[in-house]
Design a protein around this ligand. Structure first.
Ligand code: FAD
Length: 318
């Protein structure tokens, strides 16, 4: 039987983030009809790219332009709107990215309709309603069977190679301005992005800092180096919990799961929880003062050095 499958498209400055293509490839299975949920964007501009990856229906979801009164930045409202979209188009399964946005949005959606949700999955079988996800910091892989009218899957970014499948699509307009939600009000939205503007999940190179960076100011050293390398900035949980950098930069079990070509860990010991988020990196380079730090035995190259000294030198050389 044909299944209607929705994919929540994440945008960056009006552009479809690269990590969506792998997710769409995973969602595109035998007997599926793909709906892209596009929120407050120009769907006409995105259409050719979405068609290239097999999307036949683009649901253009719009909110009021004035964001002060606009629920668009409020995840509770987003969740409610998306549930309405699911009902309208009789969606059987929804795929979203397991990113900071997905982690905020998808559990809310699941709660609203009491639907089963698996986050951080890297394999989904829609014929048998099975999903695979790693557990216990990546030590085991769980295969989970879901039952329900609507199934929700949060997909680990970059875990599936994107494959094109050209189709043509139609744009369906969904008016979301009338939908509100009680219980959560956005008072202020600041620019929390101290990271380089390159998206963590999509970066080819990541420069990450941990407790060894000692304070927020020293992260500027990593930022300057990251700029030279066209890299994204990442961090350990200690650096985030200490208030040095925003949560969006956290890599690990409770942060982003990343798979860059090169991961440079500065002043990070290599705890299992941190490792759970970056172990699929192509190459790991560690800078640590302690030769016996756990990361030294799992990385490809290491420098036993003071990151506060070696990083500025590296930046100069670059
Ligand atoms: C449920 C749970 C979930 C967690 N989730 C995460 C997660 O998602 N991500 C995460 O990162 N952690 C997570 N943690 C925390 C994790 O257990 C570690 O506490 C954390 O990763 C350690 O961070 P760190 O490596 O920066 O600090 P530390 O372990 O303190 O290591 C600091 C390192 O810096 C080195 N160093 C010190 N000064 C310098 C210098 N000047 N130059 C170079 N090296 C220096 C030291 O030798 C040391 O190896 C989680 C923990 C729990 C219990």
């Amino acid at each position: 039987m044909m299944k209607n499958v929705g994919v929540i498209i994440e945008l960056d400055n009006g552009r479809v983030k690269e990590s969506n293509w792998g997710m769409i490839t995973l969602a595109r299975q035998k007997n599926t009809k793909l709906f892209a949920f596009v929120i407050n964007a120009a769907p006409g501009k995105l259409k050719p790219a979405l068609e290239l990856f097999g999307i036949t229906n683009i649901v253009d979801i719009c909110f009021a332009k004035d964001w002060e009164n606009n629920p668009a930045k409020n995840p509770a409202v987003w969740a409610k709107v998306l549930i309405n979209v699911i009902k309208e188009y009789h969606i059987d399964a929804v795929f979203g990215l397991s990113t900071a946005m997905g982690k905020d949005l998808m559990p809310r959606m699941a709660a609203l309709i009491e639907a089963p949700l698996i986050m951080d999955c890297f394999s989904v079988d829609l014929e048998n309603n099975l999903a695979k996800t790693s557990q216990y910091s990546g030590k085991t892989i769980a295969t989970i069977k879901l039952t329900g009218d609507v199934l929700l899957f949060g997909v680990r970014p970059n875990c599936v190679e994107p494959v094109e499948a050209q189709v043509s699509s139609e744009i369906l307009k969904f008016e979301g301005t009338h939908i509100h939600s009680k219980g959560l009000k956005v008072i202020k939205a600041g620019d929390t992005d101290k990271s380089s503007k390159i998206n963590l999940a999509e970066a080819d190179v990541i420069v990450a800092g941990g407790r060894g960076m000692k304070n927020a100011e020293n992260f500027t050293l990593l930022f300057l180096c990251a700029q030279k390398l066209k890299a994204a900035l990442g961090a350990s949980r200690v650096a985030v919990d200490s208030g040095w950098v925003p949560y969006s930069m956290q890599v690990g079990q409770t942060g982003e799961k990343v798979s860059p070509i090169v991961y440079i860990a500065c002043g990070i010991s290599g705890s299992v929880q941190h490792f759970a988020g970056m172990k699929t990196s192509g190459m790991v380079i560690a800078v640590n003062m302690d030769e016996n730090a756990a990361i030294m035995s799992t990385c490809d190259y290491y420098a036993v050095a003071d990151a506060l000294k070696i990083i500025p030198e590296l930046t100069k050389l670059l």
